[in-house]
Ligand binder design. Structure first.
Ligand code: ADP
Length: 709
């Protein structure tokens, strides 16, 4: 490579070095820039990951704090009674103190559940007891036989009344009264039936039952049936509404399905459009209120039944096998259809366990967490304007976003580790850009810069190669020129010397021979002069110092006298020259010598590059505002692709004819230059093997003016 450098010109070397100087640092800079962008993206990613981690931790801490509050409420508000009603109220209080939680429920040692509104398997149903008083029990037995076997309802009523008089508790009275009512019903005495059942309602105890159903419910339902039989619509409706309200206010244990059966039939009857409900009969509450309450109750019931079937076994196994520490949260998460069901519970401390209360379970109110808790926590976190925090669910759908924006991909995200399985805290760019997009602009800029450098370098390379080719071509042509010129000088000089010496020696005596020798000497010296003129003119032209002597002259005359002077030489070489010149003079501003030099060059070429057909035609004519001189020969012609190059300095078409003729490749270069200085052009048409026509076109307008333009 460096050997190659030795042979090329200094200008090319400079170009080459400049190119290397651009290429090397350019490539290094571009590489470093791209590296730094990558590093920047990496740094951004680390920064965002750190921030999102902090945010997630902060949110989780807040969630833990809520759970601690819940535990504190549980410890502080010890339940007053372990009875169903007391526990329901207790759970309601805890729920109202802890708004972040819902579906609180207790688990007892028997595998029973109780929430603030319903219980399931909490109190085991007690077997029907016989009446305590033996005499009362005997009367009750006889009354049942009279009613159920002999169907003697009047007698059974008397016997039931005997038992009633001897009964000792509301529970017993309710049972006996319901039997008396039943007998009256069978007798068709509905009014008396109603009065017996009303007595049950007056007993004023919520806990008395008939079968496993609260006595008041049995009574109200029977009363409604009696009014129906009596066709007392209004009373029937009132009784029904009262029953419905009772059912909603005091649901009893869901075990066995009695409660749901009663609730459903009451609800159906209330919804029946045939039942007209008057508002006066129904105090402050409207049916709509009751319906809404029923729906939320049903929702609780569904939840408790779901827990009973699917979750309770798991809670029990953690409590029995896992021996968890008291008050420590345990999480259960389950895939239900497409969503994740999550629930937490903790083991209750020993005072609770003594009342057979084993655990308290709860769920987070996600709405509260998202729309209340998180915004409050995030308001206290300083994050700056370039990022926004959002919360995503397990399907990556946006649950919450700090600001009201449209965002797509997150910059960084972190999973919640404890309570909200699948949820993520995520950071977003306010304009919805990804990290790649954030650094993309700079990347693009560097890339364009890099491409620019490559492009500049490519152009540099092309220019350099062109310069090298051009220089080597010039140097080749120069050396060819030197050998051609010296050869052209040598031949005429040798001839002149040879014929001069011959004449000088006096060997030639014949006058005719002497004349011939003088003629050769003159012809060769003319050729020599022509050549030297061309070389000198060319060097002046190349140096930019060639001067012209413009003056008004008759172009026809200039051409005629040049032909005259050249005629002898041409005809001597066996050529026939013809001319077509206009009769009128064509006055034009020219340098006469220069123009006749151009004409001589063209004629000379026609002679040099013709073979058999030695015929030259010279024409002068006018075409619009130009004067045209054409020289046509029938010589070897010039190939099409060489036509432009023949006017370049030192250029010679490489054919066998050019090789056998002498020339320096300057004639046409010089001619073109001269014509150009006259404001004109020189054109060529040629066909290989058929000849060429060169046309000098000179403008007839004022040349000086043209030159100034
Ligand atoms: P040279 O000294 O070689 O004649 P010129 O500049 O006069 O130099 O011509 C350049 C080249 O153009 C010649 O070498 C020749 O190949 C070609 N050329 C010029 N005139 C003619 C012509 N009348 N017929 C054919 N070829 C020509």
């Amino acid at each position: 490579m460096f050997i190659f450098l030795k042979h090329i010109a200094p200008r090319t070397k400079i170009l080459f070095v400049a190119f290397i100087l651009i290429l090397l640092p350019g490539t290094i800079i571009s590489y470093l820039s791209l590296q730094s962008i990558r590093q920047k993206a990496e740094n951004l990613r680390t920064k965002y990951n750190g921030t999102v981690n902090l945010v997630r931790d902060k949110l989780e801490n807040e969630v833990s704090r809520l759970e601690t509050n819940l535990r504190n409420s549980v410890i502080e508000l010890t339940p007053e009674s372990s009875k169903v009603v007391g526990l329901k109220t207790w759970l309601q209080n805890i729920e109202s103190e802890n708004p972040a939680f819902k579906h609180l429920f207790l688990v007892n040692a028997d595998g029973g559940l109780i929430s603030s509104s319903v219980s399931l398997g909490w109190d085991k149903p007690t077997a029907a007891q016989l009446l305590k008083n033996q005499q009362a029990a005997a009367s009750f037995n006889m009354a049942e036989k009279a009613e159920l076997i002999r169907k003697d309802y009047s007698e059974s009523i008397t016997l039931y009344r005997e038992a009633l008089a001897l009964s000792s508790s509301s529970q017993e009275r309710a049972l006996i009264l319901s039997r008396i009512g039943r007998c009256y019903f069978k007798l068709g005495d509905y009014k008396k039936t109603i009065s017996e059942y009303k007595k049950i309602l007056e007993l004023e105890s919520d806990e008395i039952t008939i079968g496993n159903v609260p006595a008041s419910i049995v009574a109200l339902s029977q009363i409604a049936d009696c009014f129906e039989a009596l066709k007392a619509d209004k009373e029937q409706t009132n009784a029904m509404i009262e029953l419905y309200q009772h059912l909603i206010d005091q649901p009893w244990d869901l075990t066995g399905g009695d409660y749901l059966y009663y609730l459903k039939s009451a609800s159906d009857k209330i919804s029946n459009p045939e039942v007209s409900i008057s508002s006066e009969s129904f105090g402050e509450n409207t049916i709509e209120d009751l319906k809404t309450r029923e729906n939320s109750l049903l929702e609780q019931i569904r939840f408790m039944e779901f827990i009973y079937k699917n979750i309770l076994p798991e809670i029990e196994s953690v409590l029995t096998k896992g021996s968890p520490s008291e008050l420590k949260s345990n999480s259960i998460s389950l895939q239900v259809n497409d969503s994740t069901f999550q629930l937490s519970f903790f083991k209750l401390p020993s005072p609770f366990q003594q009342s057979h209360l084993l655990a308290l379970a709860y769920q987070f109110k996600k709405d509260y967490i998202i729309s209340d808790l998180f915004p409050k926590v995030l308001a206290s976190v300083e994050l700056g304007k370039d990022v926004v925090v959002g919360i995503l669910d397990e399907n990556d759908s946006l649950l919450y976003l700090q600001r009201n924006l449209t965002v797509s991909r997150y910059l960084a995200a972190e999973n919640f580790s404890q309570q909200f399985t699948g949820w993520k805290a995520a950071l977003f760019d306010p304009e919805g850009k990804s990290i790649e997009q954030l650094t993309g602009k700079e990347k693009l800029l560097y890339l364009i810069l890099f491409m620019g450098i490559i492009l500049v370098m490519l152009i540099g390379i092309i220019l350099m190669i062109r310069a090298v080719i051009h220089e080597s071509e010039i140097s080749r042509m120069k050396s060819e020129f030197v050998s051609n010129v010296s050869h052209e000088l040598k031949t005429p000089l040798a001839l002149i010397r040879m014929f001069g010496e011959t004449l000088d020696s006096g060997i030639v005596t014949e006058e005719k021979d002497k004349q011939k020798f003088y003629g050769i000497i003159r012809k060769e010296s003319e050729r020599l002069t022509h050549l030297i003129n061309n070389v000198l003119d060319f060097s002046r032209m190349d140096a930019g110092v060639k001067e012209y002597n413009f003056q008004e002259a008759d172009l026809v005359e200039v051409v005629r006298s040049s032909l005259e002077a050249y005629k002898f030489q041409i005809s001597d070489s066996g050529f026939r020259i013809e001319s077509e010149l206009p009769d009128e003079p064509m006055t034009i501003r020219i340098d006469k010598d220069a123009i006749s030099q151009v004409l001589l060059n063209l004629l000379n070429n026609s002679v040099k590059y013709s073979d058999e057909v030695k015929y030259i035609m010279v024409k002068v004519h006018k075409e619009s505002s130009s004067a045209l001189i054409s020289v046509t020969d029938h010589g070897v012609g010039i190939p099409k692709d060489e036509l432009k190059k023949i006017f370049d300095k030192f250029y010679r078409v490489s054919t066998s004819k050019t090789k056998e003729t002498q020339g320096a490749g300057l004639g046409l270069t010089l001619s073109k230059h001269i014509v150009k200085e006259h404001g004109g052009t020189i054109e060529v048409e040629s066909e290989v093997g058929h000849g060429s026509r060169f046309t000098i076109v000179l403008p007839m307008a004022d040349i000086e003016k043209y030159k100034q333009n």
